[in-house]
Design a protein around this ligand. Structure first.
Ligand code: FES
Length: 190
């Protein structure tokens, strides 16, 4: 009975097909190995770059999101210049949209508008500078009066009587297309 046995011998280092490799064949094997390593290194580098980019894009998006963008002062219209009469302060209601992160809400506020003429309009915060109560305009005396602790302010916002430490706070103002706009609230200076 004939038994045939087959076996396959893997080339060992420095041998090709079981036979000792020539120097040219050795050189070809070394070059092939170097090319393979270079290919793997390049692929690893590319994979790292892709992963880094995929992480960087969402982070950049987050950094530019409304939550991270600093709120800038915007001017808000409170009425037409012709709505106000000289020497007659009037309390106005106004609103604006406020973004707090992803939350967008409408904020409603009030302010006192004091007009002397079309080029001289002052807008005051509605809160007394003592402890923040709302004050009113007293037409007979032509003064603002706070009911909480008896403060009195002139039409220009100066403290006439009572405990407030400083004049009324006022808003930055500007007029555009006949509209009166207010911006940042400035603390009244004593
Ligand atoms: S809060 Fe106006 S006087 Fe005190």
């Amino acid at each position: 009975m004939n038994e045939t046995s087959e076996f396959h011998q893997e080339p060992v280092n420095g041998e090709v097909g079981g036979a000792p490799a020539s120097s040219e064949q050795k050189q070809a094997l070394i070059s092939e190995e170097i090319n393979r390593r270079q290919f793997l290194t390049t692929m690893l580098g590319l994979t790292g770059s892709v992963i880094g980019l995929s992480l960087a894009v969402p982070l950049t998006g987050y950094a530019l999101s409304p939550a991270m963008v600093k709120e800038k002062t915007e001017f808000v219209p409170v009425g037409s210049v012709t709505d106000f009469k000289a020497g007659e302060p009037i309390k106005v209601n106004y609103s604006f949209r406020k973004k707090d992160g992803w939350v967008d809400t409408e904020v409603k506020k009030t302010a006192w508008v004091v007009k002397k003429d079309d080029n001289n309009i002052t807008v005051f915060s509605p809160n007394c500078t003592h402890l923040g109560c709302g004050y009113v305009w007293d037409a007979p005396s032509k003064q603002f009066k706070c009911p909480c602790h008896g403060a009195v302010f002139s039409m220009e916002g100066e403290v006439v009587a009572g405990p407030p430490p400083r004049p009324l706070d006022r808003f930055e103002t500007k007029v555009a297309d006949g509209k009166l706009l207010i911006g940042k609230l400035l603390e009244g200076e004593g």
